[in-house]
Design a binder for this molecule. Structure first.
Ligand code: SF4
Ligand code: FES
Length: 240
């Protein structure tokens, strides 16, 4: 089956098997998202990509495209909802943007700018989270993890290693490393793994490459996320 539907009044073609997100990305229409990466099976957990389809809210990354759908994406109401979700994400972790290595190349920060989130609204939780610096090539800063599970999917489905997992529920949900000690250094993780390059925020970072790109020259310093897309598709890690 193929056909077309509309996103904010713009006609978008689709082919069999595409989701609304797939068709939008192919048509270069930006639907804000965090847990989606076209290389992996969508899981629809962050809800940032929710759009209104024939007046019903659905996740664009998991909803099949169909002929004649009328999709609303960037309405005032939907953008307000997205800002709310983003504000909640910012208070759940410790996101210190001015001092973060990923500032300017962080999808969470870039989507927040795109949605017009300029200030926090809720009281920060300030959770106590560790930094795992046990691996010779990579660091995990759990403070910035937004539980998108992209590293989980990349490690399991692409690298064939299943280094990561999410444990716990609700506010207690957290990323875990599948090694006897729970430390990254005791796992078979490598800086050359796909999972090392998919994190949309600054939670999984290479060692010895910090601050290589000066502030002002980073991905989203140059252009909006709606123009340049996901950070993962621009992330090239040196093989040195
Ligand atoms: S470490 Fe990064 S990729 Fe993995 S779940 Fe957290 S935010 Fe997502
Ligand atoms: S991108 Fe669709 S739910 Fe996260």
């Amino acid at each position: 089956m193929s056909g077309s539907f509309s996103i904010d009044g713009v006609t978008v073609p689709f082919t069999e098997g595409q989701t609304i997100m797939d068709a939008a990305l192919a048509a270069k229409i930006y639907i804000p998202h965090l847990c989606h990466n076209p290389e992996f099976v969508p899981q629809g957990s962050c809800r940032l990509c929710c759009v209104s389809v024939n007046d019903r809210m659905v996740a664009a990354c998991t909803t099949p495209a169909a002929d004649g759908l009328e999709v609303a994406n960037e309405t005032h109401e939907i953008t307000t909802q997205r800002r709310l979700l983003l504000k909640l994400l910012f208070v759940e972790g410790n996101h210190v943007c001015p001092a973060c290595e990923k500032s300017g190349a962080c999808q969470l920060q870039a989507v927040a700018y795109h949605c017009g989130m300029l200030a926090p609204e809720f009281v920060h939780f300030y959770p106590k989270r560790e930094v795992d610096a046990s691996h010779p090539e990579m660091i995990i800063d759990f403070n910035r993890c937004i539980l998108c599970e992209l590293c989980v999917r990349a490690s399991r489905d692409y690298d064939g290693k299943s280094v990561f997992n999410i444990s716990g529920r609700g506010i207690n949900a957290h990323l875990t490393v599948n090694s006897p000690s729970g430390k990254l250094g005791d796992s078979n993780f490598s800086a050359h793994d796909k999972a090392a390059r998919v994190c949309p925020v600054g939670a999984i970072l290479p060692r010895n490459h910090a601050y290589e790109t000066p502030i002002g020259q980073r991905l989203y310093d140059q252009e909006s996320i709606s123009q340049v897309g996901d950070v993962a598709s621009h992330q090239e890690l040196s093989d040195d």
